[in-house]
Design a protein around this ligand. Structure first.
Ligand SMILES: [Zn+2]
Length: 293
């Protein structure tokens, strides 16, 4: 299937009580790992780049071309959206130009009036090209590419105003944070999520910082209206753990592995990327989106 925007499959998830994974990519093999998992699980998927990851990889156009070409060369049949994660205003406009099929405009660090004003402009420009849009109200705790938040609960009235602009799915803080969760984290504020969903009937909500939230809390949040869950740190940790283990095995078998040319990065890094595929597949099962493509 060609690249698609995300609003249809995220809304279907919202209406039917499951969630779609938004998985951040960081390079070629990372992208292949996510696509392999989505295809194996027969699920729609968003492949996301943060502004930092896109810069690292060589720019938005390269990311868009890379994902588009891999979908074709790998024979991917499930719906795939190319999504900008936490884009500022300029990045959002650039991704509209370049041909991303979905984007997040994150104006949560701006005063709410300015956030709404810029969101309205981004939504108009994106929708004119059939691109789905995610926006954010309140801030999500933790740190992602230099955007720091302190984990406030998103004000319901701000969420209602943002939804009224025609946003396709909405990120609203409910105590979730980016990156690994600290030991003293108090859990998701599901009561606040319920207030948001009551005020926003049918609007798909996005749970950021999905890595490290206990699965039962994720499932409860999905029941209450979360229809997209972002995953980044989890895959990074899975990659890192697998590679740390692999390096140990490599060192212990140095002579044999060198003779077999397992130093070739295509072979050397494979355990790390296999771990990402496994991690993505496992998340898809928790989100309930398998066989929904
Ligand atoms: Zn996020």
């Amino acid at each position: 299937m060609a690249i698609v925007s995300a609003e249809k499959f995220v809304k279907a998830a919202r209406d039917n009580g499951y969630a779609i994974g938004g998985f951040n990519t960081n390079n070629l093999e990372w992208t292949q790992a996510i696509l392999r998992a989505a295809e194996a699980k027969k699920t729609p998927v968003l492949i996301q780049t943060s502004m930092g990851a896109a810069k690292y990889m060589g720019g938005y156009k390269l990311c868009k071309d890379l994902i588009t070409d891999l979908v074709e060369s790998m024979g991917i049949t499930v719906p795939v959206a190319i999504h900008l994660d936490h884009g500022n205003y300029e990045a959002a406009l650039e991704c509209i130009e370049v041909g991303y099929s979905s984007l997040m405009f994150d104006g949560s660090a701006l005063p709410i009036e300015e956030n709404l004003e810029k969101a309205e402009d981004v939504i108009a420009k994106a929708h004119a090209k059939g691109i789905s849009v995610e926006c954010e109200v309140g801030t999500i705790g933790g740190e992602e590419d230099g955007i720091v938040g302190d984990g406030e609960l998103a004000p319901v009235e701000d969420a209602v105003r943002m939804a009224a602009l025609g946003v396709d799915f909405l990120a609203a803080g409910i105590g979730n944070i980016h990156g690994p969760y600290p030991a003293n984290w108090k859990g998701l504020h599901l009561d606040h999520l319920e207030k948001l969903t009551d005020a926003l009937p049918g609007v798909p909500l996005v749970l950021h910082g999905g890595s490290g939230i206990p699965d039962d809390q994720i499932r409860a949040a999905i029941k209450l209206g979360v229809a997209k869950v972002n995953v980044n740190t989890e895959c990074q940790l899975a990659f890192c753990a697998a590679m740390r283990e692999h390096v140990g095995v490599f060192n212990a078998n140095e002579e044999e592995y060198m003779k077999k040319k397992l130093f070739d990065p295509r072979k050397f890094l494979k355990p790390g990327f296999d771990a990402i595929t496994a991690s993505v597949e496992e998340r898809i099962d928790v989100f309930g989106s398998a066989n929904k493509a």
